[in-house]
Design a protein around this ligand. Sequence first.
Ligand code: ADP
Length: 195
Amino acid sequence: MKEQRNGLLLVISGPSGVGKGTLVKALMERNQRIKMSVSATTRAPRPGEIEGVHYFFKTEEEFKAMVDRGEFLEYIHVFGSKYYDGYDVILEIDVQGAMKVKQAFPDAVLMFITAPSMSEIKSRLIGRGTETMEQVEKRFATAFEEIKMIPQYDYVIINDVVDVAVHHMEAILEAERCRTSRSNYLSESIEDTGR
Ligand code: ADP
């Protein structure tokens, strides 16, 4: 019997500066069957980031209009079909978006990424050097709101050492692939007459 399974839909959120991008990049380098869904952001592109490859860069107004029109969920549905082809798909989105995806795709795996402490989040934001001090303060204030959503997620990853955090993500994906709810073993075996 050949076991068939859909890919996993992995939703990643967490405060700005905790290392989401760093972890996703490392995870994808080590796992060829994981694809990244391109999502939209209101922040400015960083050096080397390409429109439509890394993100769709939108103004606050454009972003709000897209949300109001329900375009994100529609897009996720289209992209989500890829994970039925056996690819694992990563969606990096904010906490509100993550809750909507969970409603639309109840079998999605939600991971919240954070850093060992709030002060570490701040130093990483400053260390990255991509934002003004005012933007850093704004993102840092938002971080306190975001971490309150941790109980709504399936897993929390504390990104202290990158390799260890990536290993935790891989272990979660391995375990999720073995969930009984994702297996067709029973239904296939009932059909199997042994000849
Ligand atoms: P995010 O995508 O969550 O906004 P980034 O991946 O851009 O975060 O990381 C923010 C900054 O923190 C970057 O300068 C990155 O190199 C650094 N960083 C990421 N992970 C770690 C870690 N485990 N320890 C120390 N610094 C890290």
